[in-house]
Write a new protein. Structure first.
Length: 192
């Protein structure tokens, strides 16, 4: 399948990734004069399928994500083909099922029972390292910034399903494969 390459700079990070040629990438932060994106990737129908954001610092407040001791199902992991300033990464796909926790679904504004995330992760998947208060993926890149030398990169796609079985079936879809391929092509380094 034909592909295109998007290259950009956000904060002090230069990055690039390959994506299907029929898709588009838009710097949605530019109109708001924001440096780090998000860079929104849309499919051929114009539907958002993923986004990439570079943050100035990692700022996570307790319970801004999923709060509670809920199991995470790791469904797939592929190694990144690029690098984050020489550091390897992976692309993880994982799901969380809140079918029996309508309170958490509502508190986190989920659109259905199961949330599936495919995204760039700086560490391999292990249940022991999963943050019980948040359900996301991210990786960091070392820069020469005096204020904070690690810039978080969040490159992810989020889907909602009625059941975990439906979420698992999606991981065999063409779209999911395209997302994995796109994310695994990420290259990032300090901008010069």
């Amino acid at each position: 399948m034909p592909s295109a390459t998007y290259s950009g700079v956000a904060w002090d990070v230069a990055f690039s990734f390959d994506y299907p040629a029929a898709w588009t990438v838009t710097d949605s932060g530019a109109a708001k004069k924001l440096q780090g994106g998000p860079f929104v990737i849309s499919d051929e129908a114009g539907v958002e399928v993923a986004s990439l954001a570079v943050l100035p610092v990692l700022s996570v407040d307790p319970c801004t994500g999923v709060c509670g001791d809920v199991a995470v199902s790791y469904l797939a992991e592929v190694p990144g083909q690029g690098s984050l300033n020489g550091t390897p990464y992976s692309v993880q796909t994982k799901a969380m099922d809140l079918t029996t926790r309508k309170d958490l679904q509502q508190a986190n504004r989920w659109r259905d029972n199961v949330r599936l995330i495919t995204g760039v992760a700086g560490k391999p998947a292990t249940q022991a390292e999963e943050d019980p208060f948040h359900f996301t993926t991210w990786a960091g890149i070392q820069t020469t910034s005096a204020s904070d030398s690690t810039r978080p990169i969040i490159f992810g796609a989020y889907r909602y399903f009625g059941t975990l079985t439906e979420a698992k079936a999606y991981t065999a879809s063409r779209e999911h494969l395209q997302l994995q391929n796109m994310m695994s092509s990420l290259q990032a380094k300090p901008a010069t």
